[in-house]
Design a binder for this molecule. Sequence first.
Ligand SMILES: [Zn+2]
Length: 219
Amino acid sequence: MCVISSFFLCFSAVFPALAENGVYRCVATDEKKIALTFDDGPHYKYTDEILDILEKYGVKATFFVIGVNAERHPEKVKRIASSGHEIGNHTYSHPHLKKVSAQELEAEIEKASEVISRLTGKKPVLFRPPEGYCGADVSSTAKKSGCDVILWSHDTRDWAHTPSETISQRILDGVGCGDIILFHDFITPDTPTPSALETVIPRLIERGYEFVSVSELIS
Ligand SMILES: [Zn+2]
């Protein structure tokens, strides 16, 4: 659960310089709100599977799409947006940010925002750096493009092909008010993500949780 103490603890342990600088990892709240986030899409197959599950339970989420994937699958981006989900910027080509200058990062963010804006009519206001890398220039560069930086408080490790039962149990045991949960659209082959969602979403709804977009959570 994201309480104030763990909020500052997580920042001070991992991203000490960025705690008050437009970077969010979770939100300290006692409202039963959680943000599901999906990185690296859209994917030709799994994005639709995920959207079908979210739609089945009436759940809103946030998708941090990669610009090149958005160009490859414009219809998926349009479906995400028309279903009422939020779309965030996850760079144009998903570079390793350690090796990228501030100017190159700005170009990556701007190019991805252009693609997303063209497809949805809406410019993203959230940026998630690839691999959660938050070096010195990341926050200020994202800010120049009008984006807050969004990390996460719970990593499902779906990217490591963690079994869906393990992902589900860890979420049900450890997630609470104000958490931002990291999933991925694009795990191949045999992604555990849709199966884990099918387990955790109805259980968390039973517990009284509401799933909201990241912008709604942080507002
Ligand atoms: Zn990524």
